[in-house]
Design a protein around this ligand. Structure first.
Ligand SMILES: NC(=O)c1ccc[n+]([C@@H]2O[C@H](COP(=O)([O-])OP(=O)(O)OC[C@H]3O[C@@H](n4cnc5c(N)ncnc54)[C@H](O)[C@@H]3O)[C@@H](O)[C@H]2O)c1
Length: 353
């Protein structure tokens, strides 16, 4: 198998590249990346060491894509992944990168007769519908109530049945537009594709920052004992996300690589699910326990644009139809992130510290 990973030096891309190469040494793996994300450059020496080819380039530039060696499967993992992108300034960058760039990737797949694995996002679901959901306030977190007006929302989380009408951020819209275009390529060009809407993904190698990668951010601030803030929803840190460990994602992409027919023409949600969900307050408790540090935590009651009180993935469809389910707990993920920071402290401090 010859696999091209666009965004191959980023968190998800580089984790896939290194894991797949270790599991399948005979596969050719090419990582293509413009190194826009700070910290992605740290992947390059590891690629060299493990026999992964690196091609520097930008998905917005078809000439860069044309120079890529032969491949039979593309994993499209390059993106501007911040939900805040383009919300307070010109959104051209996020649109060009995540939509025009993706279309260039789809065209390349068609030209090379390659299959496509596309990493979409839970952010395709409209903000107002999720925010209007009935919820309970518990001691350390918010949770979805049992009774809901909207189909697709339940205590298990958000399912694929949620109505897609409504605004969702430029990030979410570029991803949804890409999903819709993939359907056209499937129907009219015979593209084989697997599309998955992931919630929060976390684990070692994620270069967390304030607008993206909250799990690494939270652990890094605890590790270096630096102050943090609960922002939004009254500033009490009760907002909740489910957290998918990168290894659980890798297991799913491995299935998509080898059994793409199961995924054709479908779109699945995949995430940590209710059992692997945590509020910021709960993450603080885990981080304190793991690091032994108690950094000061400020409070900013006002919400930021595109905020969500609760997002939890309902994995029912993918589990019943495909047999995939997440295995790692929130604590497993935080522990693995902690070990990664501890073992790479010198290299990571300028980026995360
Ligand atoms: N991290 C999450 O929680 C999450 C959740 C759902 C979906 N996703 C999706 O997963 C994919 C990977 O995200 P990630 O967390 O690894 O992000 P990341 O920022 O760590 O990695 C993205 C990589 O793409 C590269 N890149 C950006 N623009 C590029 C361009 N124009 N040309 C070439 N390379 C470019 C960056 O340099 C970076 O190395 C994205 O498509 C993202 O939307 C991520």
């Amino acid at each position: 198998m010859k696999i091209l990973i666009t965004g191959g030096a980023g968190f998800v891309g580089s984790s896939l590249a290194l894991n797949l190469k270790q599991k399948y040494p005979s596969y050719t793996i090419v990582a293509f990346d413009n190194l826009k994300r700070r910290g992605s450059e740290l992947s390059l020496p590891e690629f060299k060491e493990h026999g992964i080819q690196y091609v520097h380039g930008d998905i917005r530039n078809p000439e860069d894509l044309a120079s890529i060696p032969e491949f039979d499967t593309m994993i499209e993992a390059s993106a501007e992944p911040s939900v805040l992108a383009g919300l307070d300034s010109d959104p051209s960058y996020v649109i060009n990168n995540n939509l025009t760039g993706s279309v260039n990737c789809f065209n390349l797949c068609v030209r090379r007769k390659a299959r496509l694995i596309f990493l979409s996002t839970s952010r395709v679901y409209p903000i107002a519908r999720i925010e209007a959901a009935a919820y309970k306030e518990e001691a350390t977190r918010f949770s979805f109530s049992k009774e809901q007006k909207e189909t697709g929302i339940s205590p298990e989380g958000i399912s694929e049945l949620l109505n897609l009408d409504g605004e969702r951020s430029f990030y979410g819209t570029t991803k949804l537009a890409s999903e819709l275009l993939i359907r056209e390529y499937e129907a009219f060009y015979g593209l084989d594709a697997a599309v998955t809407r992931f919630g929060v993904i976390a684990g070692p190698r994620q270069m967390g920052k304030t607008d993206q990668g909250v799990v690494t951010l939270w652990m890094a601030k605890h590790f270096w004992n630096q102050s943090l803030k609960y922002i939004g929803y009254g500033g009490t840190g009760k907002q909740v996300r489910d957290i998918l460990h990168i290894n659980d994602l890798i297991r799913l992409v491995d299935l998509q690589l080898h059994k793409i027919a199961l995924f054709k023409g479908k779109v699945f949600n995949a995430g940590g699910g209710r059992k692997a969900s945590a509020s910021l307050q709960e993450m603080t408790a885990f981080c304190q326990e793991i690091t032994g540090n108690k950094p000061a935590i400020g409070s900013e009651p006002a919400n930021r644009p595109a905020d969500l009180r609760i997002y939890v993935t309902d994995n029912t469809q993918i589990t019943t139809q495909i047999g995939w389910a997440p295995e790692k707990s929130v604590k497993d993920t935080l522990q693995d992130v902690y070990k990664w920071i501890r073992d790479n402290e010198r290299a990571l401090k300028p980026i995360l510290g």
